[in-house]
Design a protein around this ligand. Sequence first.
Ligand code: ADP
Ligand code: MG
Ligand code: MG
Ligand code: MG
Ligand code: MG
Ligand code: MG
Length: 694
Amino acid sequence: MGLLSFGTPLAWQDTKKLADYIRSHGVAQFLHTWDRVKDRYGDELYWGDEIEYMVVSFDDDARNAKLSLRQSEILAKLQAIVDGISSSCPDHVFVPLFHPEYGRFMLESTPGAPYSNKVTDLLTVEGNMRYRRSLAQKHLKKNEIPLTLTSYPRLGTQGKFTDPYSDPHGAVSSHSLFLPEEITNPHARFPTLTANIRSRRGSKVAINLPIFFDENTPRPFVDPTIPWDRNIYPEDPEAKNGAALQDHVYMDAMGFGMGCCCLQLTFQACSVAEARRIYDSFVPLAPIFLALTAASPLWRGYITDVDARWNVISASVDDRTEEERGLKPLKNDRYRIPKSRYDSVSLYISDNWLNRPEYNDTEVPYDAEIFKRLRDHGIDDFLAKHISHLFIRDPLVIFSELKEQDDEHSMDHFENIQSTNWQTVRFKPPPIGSSIGWRVEFRPMEIQMTDFENAAFAVFVVLLTRAVLSQNLNFYIPISKVDENMQRAQHRDALRTEKFYFRKDIFLPNSSRSSSATSSGKTSPVGSDCGCDGVSNGNGIHKLPSEKTKKMRNCFPEVPPPPEEYNARKVEEEYEEMTVEEVMNGKGYNPGLITLVYEYVDTLDIDDGQRSRLFEYLDFVRKRSTGELQTPATWTRNFVRSHPAYKFDSVVSEEINYDLLKEVDEIERGVKKAPELLPEYYTGRDEDQGSIGL
Ligand code: ADP
Ligand code: MG
Ligand code: MG
Ligand code: MG
Ligand code: MG
Ligand code: MG
């Protein structure tokens, strides 16, 4: 999580009173930053990953796998270790960083320094991830393991799922029927976020996932494990008064969503314009990568009919009031708001011609006054809309000591709003007083059980951004279709059974590979020696640089203007439905994202050994995309359904959960082979601790 400040957090009523103040100063802060960095140019590609873990505490006697709530102790220990390494070898770039997360059972790690644009850095990613995991593992108790699971299968069940045990009766922040207060990181920010979301909304959050009906699942399914008649908190009757839906698994607290783990990637761009192009390219890719990485079918002790976490987190922090959700006419609130503050991106932001205004086709409320202020300052329409849309939200946590800020030298109030808009992609302005440039964060992916998989997706996405920029790839489709794709991506087995809206022709209209190219133009393959070094050759034809490079490029040429005779197609003719396999491996004029990445790798100066290691990652992503290898979601579902103790009633018992988590650990370490999940060349962490050797 971003922003962890210290001080006295305000209760909701006082926070609400300061909302306009925070927004107004937040905008002022953004404008100061804008003036400073709008013309920044030439920043190198730096990038980094974030890996989140759940620390699982295994009780082998009771055969129970619980969540260890020792986050504070563990982080203090890891910090001391990391500080020790830093002081004994100050230049060591591998010294990792560990961060707190929402759940008191969670850890996050990032590389100590971002990766550079060196191609060879791509080959250090997996080792770096494995090293971080090993380091965490080494300083845990013997029975604790940092697993990279997206959702913990028995969070919020009856019985003991935390170590130590706590009762949900004491959940003073969330008022949850299921999760104890102790599930949440004790830092004031987290309980306050939890309580203020509930207060702002006027009820507990309500999350309902359709249950997976198995042979013996009772129909209708009315969950016998919900304490329907509990009477401790005023919200307790919500479950029986309609919040808990029949045939669904009901959850009622922020922890169910923010207690999930994911894989995030942040990229530094050469300029703000390039950051905006990368951002827009990521928007339609987000649901595709959510489907590719789907890893979370099990929730609150049940098998559900979904494979991915997105809607759970989205609903878990949905602070909109009934008026904002459109359930009541607007009276006290300013907008009807179609989405939770955790949701898919609502606006494309690039200001080049590829971004046609028609693509922003959904209802997107924005603060008109802030919009005007940004426009009056000289900011273009697209970016002004983006910021003024983020700024319809109220701040959720304000520390009274931090209210007064010097707007020229602080981004705290801006970040207050920005960092609680949790969307599939985030546009990150340069922080004050640092060398860091404009960045874009890709946030949809679920965490994978092994660092091999996490590295494969990270490396793939890095290379894809280079392919996008070098070839001016165009993925634009209307936002409404991206939203629809986000829903489809979460369906059970979406990877193999769903279709997704995707752009048919992803090349510039004058490119030799475009469907609109003349037939003579189509013969020259991209990546061949064209001698134009990636710059427009005067005929408007854009090609990859011919010279192989040990570094991935930083600044790519701007998108060239459209050809004179350019007739834009009707937007509805630009896209069609495709399977993930087709998006990745090709359909019609789309050669497939994997093909484009292979072509990009062809332009890089690496030796055969390096190439074959990169190809392992690409090959793995390809096998995942075709269904040759299962998603973690499918694998997990199958594990439960073939467990001898499973009663075909959708229930994931303590015993099944224990065996599942043991198996995940054994697969990760390479002790157990899982050919349906991982390619034959996967070596576990025990056999190969990475090449870093600290
Ligand atoms: P947040 O949780 O707000 O996304 P983190 O600090 O957890 O932020 O993660 C930031 C990520 O950005 C890490 O992966 C880090 O390696 C990466 N990173 C750090 N510096 C840069 C940079 N200059 N350009 C791109 N990425 C960077
Ligand atoms: Mg995180
Ligand atoms: Mg982080
Ligand atoms: Mg964060
Ligand atoms: Mg992040
Ligand atoms: Mg492990």
